[in-house]
Design a protein around this ligand. Sequence first.
Ligand code: ZN
Length: 232
Amino acid sequence: MDDSGALVLFSGGQDSATCLAWALDRFGHVETLGFDYGQRHAVELECRATVRDGLGRVNGDWAARLGPDHTLGLGALGEVSDTALTRSVEITMTDQGLPNTFVPGRNLVFLTFAAALAYRRGLKHIVAGMCETDYSGYPDCRDDTIKALQVALNLGMESRFVLHTPLMFIDKAETWRLAERLGGEGLVELIREESHSCYLGDREHVHDWGHGCGTCPACDLRAAGWRRYRGG
Ligand code: ZN
């Protein structure tokens, strides 16, 4: 157990919920941060409190370590980006070979604001769910991007932040397995029921892998990961 504090980028999705459990298993004090940037799936922000409360029931030690929750408004990100995450358009692939859900620089902005908040709160560790394995090819999810940003943030803030990305090299099935190792079936159930991944913000349709439209790229990824996880 590391008694220094951590800040977890916590959107309310499967990945960040698993990261939050990972941090609660390691660090003595854990705070959470969510961003409101005009995302179409803003319903994910409403799932955050439910998942946080649920984590405390999965493990009493986690409840004791879980500190305050923070949300920051980053509406400017929605203003500068023209993407299917922030506008009501169909999700397609762009000429650059990226899905049009890509918000340019989003994770750079998120991590920079996270570091500014961690600085103020005296938290050394920053934990985020970026993954370059089976993600949608977003360049700001790459390990090299995160490592370069860690250097830049530490130079620019005269700090010794450590950026952790526990999901970087595992796929969605392995992310479910990680949740199972951390919190057993109780944690898997909590994440399946209460976390939100669907880009369209659909909470009406329920599948064996959780809530969502069932057809957007985020739902596809989540469903495929769940099938591989349950299949063994
Ligand atoms: Zn969906």
